[in-house]
Design a protein around this ligand. Structure first.
Ligand SMILES: C[C@](O)(CO)[C@H](O)COP(=O)(O)OP(=O)(O)OC[C@H]1O[C@@H](n2ccc(N)nc2=O)[C@H](O)[C@@H]1O
Ligand SMILES: Nc1ncnc2c1ncn2[C@@H]1O[C@H](COP(=O)(O)OP(=O)(O)OP(=O)(O)O)[C@@H](O)[C@H]1O
Length: 297
């Protein structure tokens, strides 16, 4: 018997970042939107814990116990006194090290899949607590939809969204390390007074109304300068998407994936095609959100 779970990627429509905390993390006002690009995690009883991965970026995914999916299975097994002998297969469609929470999606997916396979009975609250131990983005991968993440991004409040938003994503030809981008944020902010991160009222209202123009005017990402500093060519990708008529263009989370908000699926195709021929990115995908969180298939 196997259990498969589908888990969405995310884009951060607002990412306000505070000063580094004593523990090295940063307080955030992190407005997540799940989008319809998915990894599928399948767990099957096996002799011992092992991981396999398929997909265009599979070669970059660690297949040992550092994989977030393995860490999730081990964390649940340990809490429940269960033998973690399971084969975890990841069908990966979310770009690796792209700022779209691909590893986090696999962690949340494996956790939900193992809880189901083992009939482990962990409650939603317990699953969310394990997610928060695994990483700041992992709780959101479990719940999906749209949410405000505070603390280091793990304390979630669900948000109302009044309509489907359409996006184009441009994947870069190399990844960016999330800790390196936060370090660059610290370096660029040295000597400056970094304000407390606060969610934008205009942005929350735009989401609730389902108004793409208002959302485009309100999106922001405090990690964007740091990502551009480490990966200056991303400016060309952003300009190509803007030039093709995107309502707004921004770096997704810690990057280097760039995200383009568009008015409708037709504009998405137009912007996607322009980005494809621009020579400024590796691949281009369209997706809309909010998408549901981790779901047992
Ligand atoms: C950039 C975002 O993707 C936006 O959603 C997240 O903040 C990152 O979430 P994540 O990849 O789940 O990150 P974690 O695995 O928790 O942390 C990886 C590293 O990112 C940095 N980090 C992460 C989250 C946070 N609030 N402050 C940080 O400084 C820390 O250096 C940490 O060691
Ligand atoms: N299941 C996994 N899938 C992909 N990468 C993983 C996984 N488990 C661990 N990793 C490691 O995590 C690193 C970050 O990959 P990931 O795809 O999660 O980045 P990301 O999408 O930028 O994350 P985020 O948006 O949450 O900051 C990879 O370089 C890889 O070494």
């Amino acid at each position: 018997m196997s259990v498969s779970v589908r888990v969405p990627a995310k884009v951060n429509v607002q990412l306000a970042v505070g000063a580094a905390r004593p523990d090295g993390f940063h307080d955030l006002a992190n407005v997540f939107l799940a989008v319809g690009l998915y990894d599928q995690v399948t767990v099957t009883p096996a002799e011992e814990l092992r991981i396999t991965c398929e997909g265009p970026d599979a070669g970059q995914v660690p297949l040992d116990r550092t994989n977030l999916a393995a860490r999730a299975a081990l964390a649940l097994a340990e809490r429940r006194g269960i033998d973690p002998a399971v084969h975890i297969h990841i069908a990966k469609d979310i770009p690796v090290a792209g700022g779209m929470a691909g590893g986090s999606a696999d962690g949340a997916g494996a956790l939900l899949a193992c809880n189901t396979l083992w009939d482990a009975g962990a409650s939603r609250a317990e699953l969310l607590a394990i997610c928060a131990e695994l990483g700041s983005d992992v709780p959101f991968s479990l719940v999906g939809g749209a949410a405000l993440g505070t603390g280091r991004g793990e304390k979630l409040t669900a948000l109302e969204v009044g309509a489907t938003f359409h996006w184009v994503f441009a994947m870069a030809d190399r990844g960016l390390s999330t800790p390196a981008v936060f370090r660059e944020f610290d370096r660029l902010g040295e000597g400056l007074d970094i304000p407390e991160p606060v969610a934008s009222g205009e942005l929350l209202e735009a989401l609730a109304k389902g108004d793409p123009d208002a959302l485009a005017a309100a999106v922001s990402n405090d990690l964007q300068s740091a990502a551009l500093s480490l990966f200056p060519e991303l400016a060309d990708t952003l300009a190509a998407g803007r030039g093709a008529g995107a309502l707004t263009a921004l770096v997704s989370g810690s990057g280097p994936t760039t995200a383009f908000l568009v008015r409708d699926p037709e504009s998405a195709e137009k912007v996607a095609q322009a980005l494809r021929v621009s020579g400024t990115c590796r691949t281009v995908r369209t997706a809309s959100g909010p998408a549901p969180g981790a779901t047992v298939l």
